[in-house]
Design a binder for this molecule. Structure first.
Ligand code: GLA
Ligand code: ZN
Length: 677
């Protein structure tokens, strides 16, 4: 089982008609028709409506909503409704609310506030999912199940403490193994009974917040446990759905690069991935591309659903900028370019009250269709209709893999030393940005992914090295590929204990370097780096982290120019088998990163079609029939003139594009070229 069955890129979004009278529903559907909205996500926050009391289930409101959507010919993504528990549940069973990092037991309020370890929450949420599925399983309009909503956060209550201890028993088997893994001889922490183990919080191992811990081992394991505990909630509901609905695919809406949950551990349990895209500003094109690729990578390259985006504004931020004309369209096409088989909004009609009343919607409070936002949505609806089914199931033909690892993210950011200023996402984004600028198609994959299909593997800040990864990276280089890694890689094992060998640990042989010392400085301290381009020097800058490299066979490509380590290597390249291991020992600026990345891409002939045009994104999807779709996305506020590299038909306009002829994209313009065979 894979993706929901659709006949085109699904278009629509979250629809909450339970919030307004039924006479408005008719108008809603009239406007959905006008915008060609074919898919609605229903019931995401309907728990209190469907189960108004412990012994009362009342499906009549949801029945009417579901029936209407079906009668109107819409596809339904139906939620189990467990993202917010009802007030009566919290009053009757105070255990369902969470205890926070500071140890405060919360009372009823908010959403996403259920303790994942509460047996009561698990029983009631599972039962609700069971009943929702049983009621609507046979409905042909229901194409997907949406479990919960944006799982996240954490709980530190007694039940979670007990669950953590069980989880640890399963993981370690014995206290001896746990004490070794957590290095508890340090600071006299040796545990002699499982019940001595407390969740790592502000009351126990932490100070200054969740990233400052005395013991990385316990904090890391608690993050893993929390991610697994919430996954357990998801699995409860999934199993309950499967009792009556064996075939309809199941998902939950992820949040992209969201630190608290290891989505790679969740992914095998979803039939398809979906995510909510709320970029903080309008300069996030590369970051969104990275996140789409990360979400696509969760299911081994299978297309995903863009479950939510705002058509116009968010409401939750301090400052909520409006998407400029054309931007919603451009970013929607960007999602499709990276593998989205659905473009959905939060939300279709605006809530009248509470904290999201100013959150953008396809239909605003006045119910008008003659607004700019509605018009742009409707125009996109026409374009997606025109695209039809061709892109469904199409894959990204990537030869480059970017490794993304939640364990490394956690370990790097809860580490005391070398620098709190080195942030995992920023390092990953710098290397991704260079790949994106070069127009290369890439997969963002877990460290456990099969690497045999890639020519290039980029592993920024691969702090934690698990299992046989070093060997698998060596295999990539041995057969002629290139592996690129950076400072703060290969530092710790899966328990966050240092390797008892030279840095970068098991990556040493592949990189041909040894690091004995490292220097972390404030952001204003620059160490200039001179890169040897082969055609003269290129001077760039480095900041934050400077490792002192002693080559062990690697050739020096760039050197520091300041401080007592001036003249020593900052960038190296090691021949390994038929390929190379590149080691970037310093926080190079973007120009430096770009230069290194392009060296690698050029060697493998992997530059995209327009690598010299800034902010022109290109992405390819290959359809199940082998047709190449080339997406060109102009993220600039001005037109761009290109010379077409390949001929074909622009599926948005129907116009022919001839190879070698001028191709003009307006500001924020999009071309979807079905390339000639
Ligand atoms: C999230 C949630 C929605 C809504 C939107 C608003 O993505 O899933 O319920 O709150 O944010 O941006
Ligand atoms: Zn709890």
């Amino acid at each position: 089982m894979t993706l929901p069955v659709t006949s085109k890129v699904a278009f629509g979004g979250d629809y909450n008609p339970e919030q307004w009278p039924e006479d408005v529903w008719k108008e809603d559907y009239r406007l959905f028709d006008a915008a060609r909205i074919d898919t609605v996500t229903l019931g995401v926050f309907d728990w209190a409506l469907t189960q108004p009391a412990e012994d009362v289930y009342d499906f009549s409101p949801l029945d009417r909503i579901v029936e209407r959507a079906g009668a109107q010919g819409r596809r339904i993504c139906l939620a189990t409704g467990t993202g917010a528990h009802p007030a009566w549940l919290a009053r009757a069973y105070p255990e369902v609310t969470r205890t926070d990092f500071e140890g405060r037991r919360h009372r009823y309020g908010q959403r996403h506030n259920s303790c994942p370890s509460s047996p009561v929450f698990r029983r009631f949420s599972t039962e609700l999912a069971r009943r929702v599925a049983r009621r609507y399983a046979g409905n042909p309009a229901v194409v997907a199940w949406h479990i919960g909503n944006e799982y996240g956060g954490a709980c530190y209550c007694e039940r979670c403490a007990a669950g953590f201890r069980d989880w640890l028993r399963r993981r370690y088997g014995s206290l001896d193994a746990l004490n070794t893994a957590w290095y508890t001889t340090f600071w006299s922490h040796t545990f002699t009974d499982w019940d001595e183990i407390e969740p790592p919080s502000a009351l126990t191992e932490h100070w200054r917040g969740p990233d400052h811990t005395a013991f990385q081992g316990i904090t890391l394991d608690y993050q893993r446990f929390m991610s697994d505990a919430m996954l357990g909630n998801f699995l409860d509901e999934r199993a309950a759905i499967r009792e009556s609905s064996p075939d309809v695919p199941v998902t939950t809406n992820f949040m992209g690069m969201y630190r608290p949950l290891d989505y790679h551990r969740w992914a095998p349990h979803l039939d398809f991935a979906s995510w909510d895209n709320y970029p903080p500003d309008d300069r996030s094109a590369a970051r969104m591309a990275l996140t789409h690729d990360l979400m696509r990578g969760l299911k081994d390259g299978q297309p995903f659903w863009l479950m939510e985006q705002t058509p116009s504004v968010t409401a939750s931020r301090d400052v909520n900028p409006l998407k400029r004309p054309g931007l919603m369209r451009l970013w929607s096409w960007q999602a499709v370019a990276h593998g989205a088989d659905a473009v959905l909004f939060f939300q279709l009609r605006a809530s009248r009250g509470a904290c999201e009343k100013y959150h953008g919607a396809v239909i605003g409070h006045a119910g008008r269709s003659d607004t700019r936002v509605f018009r742009e949505v409707a125009e996109l609806g026409v374009e997606l209709d025109r695209l039809g089914s061709v892109a469904l199931g199409a894959r990204t033909p990537a030869r480059v893999a970017l490794l993304f690892d939640w364990d490394s993210w956690w370990a790097l950011e809860i580490s005391d030393g070398p620098s709190r200023l080195v942030r995992y996402q920023q390092v990953v984004q710098a290397y991704h940005r260079a790949l994106w600028d070069a127009g290369v198609d890439l997969d963002v994959v877990a460290v456990t992914a099969d690497l045999s299909r890639y020519d290039v593997v980029v592993a920024p800040a691969l702090h934690m090295l698990k299992g046989d990864l070093a060997k698998r990276l060596e295999a990539v280089a041995a057969r002629g590929g290139s592996v690129l890694t950076t400072y703060l890689s290969g530092r710790v094992d899966e328990h966050d204990n240092a390797f008892l060998m030279d840095v970068p640990g098991p990556l040493g042989p592949l990189m041909g370097v040894r690091v004995d010392e490292w220097d972390a400085r404030d952001p204003e301290v620059v160490n200039p780096v001179r890169l040897d381009t082969g055609a003269g020097p290129l001077d760039v800058e480095s900041r934050l982290l400077f490792e002192l490299v002693i080559p062990q066979g690697a050739e020096v490509v760039g050197r520091y120019r300041a401080d007592f380590y001036a003249g020593t290597p900052a960038v190296t390249r090691n021949s390994f088998g038929l390929g190379h291991g590149w080691y970037i020992a310093a926080g190079l600026d973007q120009a430096g990163v770009a230069w290194v990345v392009r060296q690698v891409l050029v060697r493998h002939d992997l530059l995209g079609p327009y690598p010299e045009v800034p902010d022109l994104e290109s992405a390819v999807r290959v359809t199940p029939d082998g047709i190449r779709l080339l997406f060109l996305l102009n993220h600039r506020d001005e037109p761009v003139e290109l010379t077409a590299r390949t001929g074909g038909v622009d599926l948005i306009t129907g116009d022919r594009v001839e190879a070698g002829r001028p191709l003009r994209l307006p500001r924020l313009g999009v071309v979807v070229l079905r390339e000639d065979r």
